[in-house]
Design a protein around this ligand. Sequence first.
Ligand code: SDX
Length: 428
Amino acid sequence: MSEVAKLKCGDQELELPIITGTENEKGIDIGKLRSTTGMVTLDQGYVNTGSTTSAVTFLNGEEGVLRYRGYPIEQLAENCDFIEVAYLLVYGELPNEKELVTFRESISSHTMLHEDLKSFYDGFPRDAHPMAILSSVVGALSTFYQDSLNPHDPDQVEVSIHRLIAKLPTIASYAYKKSLGQPFTYPDNSKSYCDNFLQMMFSTPCAEYTSDPVFISALNMLLIVHADHEQNCSTSTVRMVGSADSNLFASISSGICALWGPLHGGANEAVVQMLNQIKADGGDVDKYVKMAKDKEDGFRLMGFGHRVYKNFDPRATIIKKACDRLLEKLDIDDPLFEIAQKLEKVALEDEYFVDRKLYPNVDFYSGVIYRAMGIPVEMFTVLFAIGRLPGWIAHWKEMQNSPSSRICRPRQVYTGPLNREFVTLDKR
Ligand code: SDX
């Protein structure tokens, strides 16, 4: 006998089936609610609403657990490189040696952009935000690959997936070079994914360039911990847009726009801006914690709090440890890291944050590492997007391949004016 929830609606009593997931999470299936009661549910921000079942990522916010396809994030960050994790998310299993070599080779064969796409960058202002460039150029990829846009053709989807994973670092590095007025650096397919990205970002035609292995390893870890996070705002956007049978490029371009928001992926940029503001203000963290608690002030401690994690974000723990190691190894004394640690200590002892279970999230420390690597702050969210791409793709594919998938079209409760007669202009 399957579990049910009983709901009394007026003189009706409904039995709504309860769905139980593999981790024993339970969801009440309200699929028949409106047809039987005429009512809809309301849930601002979908705090209590599951949009789908999914086998991609499991997270437990109370316990600070995050697993991609069942593998704990700590083990993946420790043992894999980003392309291996991308394969796991997109195809559901860790690749064997042959699968990994083939996947790497395919990705490497797609790293270049069509030469005509480079002219797009001439049109952007030099100070254009790279997230605007990223979403524009990713959307424009659909104009160069018009023969592979059908979301129901597995071969067209496969080649689009490989093109996106391969080209996003190139698109991103071109945006950075544009901001510097430096020539774009072509991909070097003899290098690993992260090494290639760093050389596209930092090498110039005038000097030899070799990526620091410490940075390559730190970048791999950062991309892995950003790779997926179940139904977050940008992933839900990718699913929403994809549910209309929009092509993968269009769906990913929309996810980039959602991630840009400072309440979401844009928080890593906002954290460093906040830490710089505190530093410029004499490092008085107590003042900023006080501001964050004052509802009138509207200031929020960026990099703190999370819709799901009501305990430490396991990614923040991994990144913070890497921060410590990296700064020590490079003998970098970054005042922002000191301020971040001080801010964390003060906030975590303050009842406002304790009561609301507000802990540092993935964005709180990531910017310190990006700075140490020489990544400019406006590129931080771009790196988040490069990391999140395999997760977006995995969810888009899962949605497309689900027999129960249908176009996402939420309902509402109307609160506007009642029916009224039109008034001609001369009478208004
Ligand atoms: C990401 O969803 C994901 O998985 C996202 C992500 C991913 O990997 O995709 O994990 C990536 O987006 C991480 C979050 C990055 N954003 C920030 O760091 C921005 C600062 N944080 C917040 O704005 C906020 O915590 C959110 C947006 C992250 C979560 O917002 P919620 O769940 O809607 O929580 P809320 O705004 O309702 O806050 C609950 C309470 C409120 O106070 P009360 O009304 O109960 O008195 O906590 C307060 C908020 O005012 N609060 C904060 C705060 N975050 C929440 N107060 C001060 N500073 C903060 N940072």
